[in-house]
Design a binder for this molecule. Structure first.
Ligand SMILES: [Zn+2]
Ligand SMILES: [Zn+2]
Length: 335
């Protein structure tokens, strides 16, 4: 089978590899669609922290936002999976430690992450082997494109829920990339009034086409009471700015990662009676995301700018826009 492999920083090949065989407890999936995200770009450039912490190493095959159909099951796996369209949890906990037992396998110390950590090959290939326990079945109304948007959606849904906002509340989302826009969509579906903060000079036109009227930059942002602020940016100064902007008694949700540490003054957190939450991974939000997509409560498809082949992934990771790409932030791959 063909697979996209990073061999070193900024070096890659589309290789012909032996097709995976379903091990006991695992399935092999025919991959239909894969999303490329910022984490994959960090592996391409070599900036990803896991490379420096010993959790990941080249050669590696990225791809953790995927959907496909189960082609084969290994020993001990329900054969009823064969032929079903699925997506899979990126986070594969060990299953036995205290965190895993308490339902927090996504922060298991010994976890693998599909296409990211612990030598677990990712989905940028014609076929992918994953544990059956990581699968989530997709209903008919969730096609492969939507299915590959469940993983980023699960992260965003958890961030939106962490704001605890509903009808009549006002949210501010910093950083309208894929995650920021998905957070905004889930907040809107919950009834909140959503504002977006982008970098100065970026066009608000795309966010407007998604129905978000309130798009600002740091100079134009109006002085409004924001009941929650979600930082989905990669700007090191914005976590602190978020604390300045949130209403007393409100909530701060941090899901973005900057390239350097950010500081906040915890005295402000105390004196404003603010709750701050960090979000890593989609795991506890996957099923609810699938339901939101299946019902149409959230439709993330306009975020996909283009769908390319494996041979074009290297150029995409290097920052090139595929020919004819739309305005959305997400590139999909059909391997
Ligand atoms: Zn991702
Ligand atoms: Zn564990």
């Amino acid at each position: 089978m063909r697979a996209f492999v990073l061999t070193a920083p900024r070096a890659y090949e589309v290789q012909d590899l032996p097709a995976p065989v379903a091990a006991p407890g695992e399935v092999v999936v025919d991959v239909e669609r894969v999303g490329v995200c910022g984490t994959d770009v960090e592996f391409f450039t070599g900036a990803m922290a896991y490379l420096h912490q010993g959790h990941s190493a080249y050669p590696m095959r990225p791809g953790h936002e995927w959907a496909g159909r189960v082609a084969a099951v290994g020993g001990g796996v329900d054969p009823g999976w064969v032929g079903r369209r699925v997506m899979g949890d990126t986070m594969l906990g060990c299953g036995g430690c205290r965190r895993c037992v308490r339902g927090r396998q996504h922060v298991c110390e010994k976890r693998q992450e599909v296409g990211i950590r612990g030598a677990r090959a990712g989905a940028l290939a014609e076929q992918l082997a994953v544990p059956a326990s990581s699968l989530h079945a997709l209903p008919h109304s969730v096609d492969a494109e939507l299915g590959a948007l469940v993983e980023p959606g699960g992260n965003a849904l958890r961030a939106a829920r962490a704001t605890a906002l509903g009808a009549g509340d006002r949210a501010l989302v910093l950083g309208p990339g894929t995650i920021g826009l998905l957070v905004a969509m889930f907040l809107r579906a919950a009834g909140a009034e959503v504002h977006l903060l982008d970098r100065a000079g970026n066009s608000p036109a795309f966010a407007h086409t998604l129905g978000f009227a309130h798009v600002w930059d740091e100079d134009s942002l109006p002085e409004l009471p924001f009941d929650a602020v979600v930082d989905a940016s990669n700007a090191a100064h914005l976590p602190c700015r978020a604390l300045e902007l949130v209403e007393p008694g409100g909530r701060l949700v941090y899901i973005g990662l900057a390239g350097e540490p950010s500081s906040i003054d915890t005295r402000a957190l105390v004196l404003k009676d603010v709750t701050a939450v960090g979000i890593l991974s989609a795991s506890p939000g996957l099923d609810a995301t699938i339901r939101a997509y299946a019902s149409g409560a959230v439709d993330p498809r306009p975020l996909v700018a283009a769908t390319v082949r494996l041979d074009e992934v290297g150029a995409v990771l290097a920052g090139e826009r595929p020919e004819g790409a739309g305005p959305g932030p997400k590139i999909h791959v059909d391997p």
